[in-house]
Design a protein around this ligand. Structure first.
Ligand code: FMN
Length: 365
């Protein structure tokens, strides 16, 4: 029923500036106005990854709930996990507006928000108050003007240790100048070493182990991917998320409005590129760690393709903007139908079935 209400609200939301529409969406979630699934998830959709249990593989990607305002509502809608953030130690305004653009015909967004967020203390206080019942990832980043960026990630792990189910180290946002340099193998090695040392400190004080996931860009050249994945395997991170938004503009329709805006492109045109890179990471890791597949999921078919390319978990954001909350139950239904068609016992059995095929494709499609 409420999905139908969203259909009515859609023209209104699309008449607003994208950031205003987003704020209105968060406000309605804060007010408890969102569709709830009528029944629990099919047991075959349950996933176990890095020691955590998920009722289904679908999560909401970072950026939707940067300040941890509505994790309960997102879980209440039927997402199997929510990744809040990116949070930085100190509050930050981000870039001047406008800084989010809809590419309607391409079913895409370009954003150059630049880690606008209210800082660690605000998000942590909310999570401490609400203690959401479900998997909460905290995506941590660095302030734009940080003297030592790696220390900001370490501070994130320390600040959220007791309220996060897992951490994502975001070194792949295109909107903080120089941030992606942290993906270079030497810088990444040093960063991950320090983050894992901060975790070890917490564990030696008697706290449980919190999984650490590293989120990569889809713009990493094939030859650069191997040394990056090697660092992550050698250091022993728990998972890899592929991918963040792209700086590339291929796959857009001719003369798309806003195509030349600076920022990261998400949604349908990101699907192919991010799925190819996901499959390459899957092949490089040999399936030894769970991967989170992100980028352009907006249907059952795109969700299934991500799993077959190598994902254990999935996240989406832009698809929800264009399809509305009905997307989530639709994908779940299509996943169950796929399991029946393929005679698979559980969704985890889909992971990597077509990784070879995807990994061999050119990323530009
Ligand atoms: C408006 C917007 C803000 C985002 N902010 C963040 C962020 O703060 N941190 C992050 O790691 N990813 C961020 N992302 C990237 C998403 O989490 C996701 O990786 C990307 O959009 C691809 O998925 P999609 O095609 O389903 O949107 C943002 C994306 C959008 C559209």
């Amino acid at each position: 029923m409420l999905a139908a209400v969203f259909e009515l609200a859609r023209p209104l939301l699309f008449a607003l500036d994208p950031e205003q529409a987003h704020e209105l969406t968060l406000k309605s979630l804060e007010a408890g106005i969102y569709p709830r699934p009528g029944r629990p998830d099919d047991a075959r959709l349950a996933v176990e990854a890095f020691g955590l249990e998920f009722p289904n593989p679908l999560g909401i990607g970072a950026g939707f709930d940067k300040d941890a305002r509505v994790p309960d509502a997102v879980l209440g809608m039927g997402f199997g996990h929510v990744e809040v953030g990116t949070v930085t130690p100190r509050p930050q305004e981000g870039n001047p507006r406008p800084r989010v653009f809809r590419l309607l015909r391409d079913r895409a967004l370009i954003n150059r928000l630049g880690f606008n967020n209210a800082g660690h203390a605000a998000a942590r206080a909310r999570l401490e108050r609400s203690r959401p019942a479900g998997v909460i990832g905290v995506n941590v980043g660095a302030n734009k003007d940080a003297a030592d960026r790696a220390e900001d990630y370490v501070a994130g792990v320390r600040a959220f240790y007791n309220v996060a189910s897992y951490f994502t180290i975001n070194v792949s946002s295109p909107n903080t100048p120089g941030l992606r340099d942290l993906q270079a193998p030497a810088a990444l090695d040093s960063l991950v070493k320090r983050v894992l040392a901060a975790r070890a400190e917490r564990m030696s004080a008697g706290n449980p182990k919190r999984p650490v996931v590293v989120k990569l860009a889809p713009d990493i050249a094939e030859t650069d991917l191997e040394p990056i994945v090697r660092v992550l395997l050698d250091r022993g991170v728990d998972g890899i998320a592929v991918s963040n938004t792209t700086a590339a503009r291929d796959g857009l329709g001719a003369a798309a409005a806003h195509a030349q805006e600076a920022g990261g492109l998400s949604g349908r045109p990101l699907f192919h590129r991010s799925t190819v890179v996901l499959a390459r990471v899957y092949r490089l890791t040999g399936g030894r760690m769970p991967l989170i597949g992100i980028g352009g999921i907006d249907s059952g078919a795109t969700a299934i393709a991500k799993l077959e390319a190598g994902a254990t978990l999935l996240q989406l954001y832009t698809g929800l903007v264009y399809e509305g909350p009905g997307l989530l139950p639709r994908i779940k239904r299509e996943l169950v139908a796929y399991l029946e068609r393929k005679r698979l016992a559980r969704i985890g059995d889909a992971t990597g079935r077509r990784a070879h095929e995807w990994a061999a494709k050119p990323p530009t499609g």
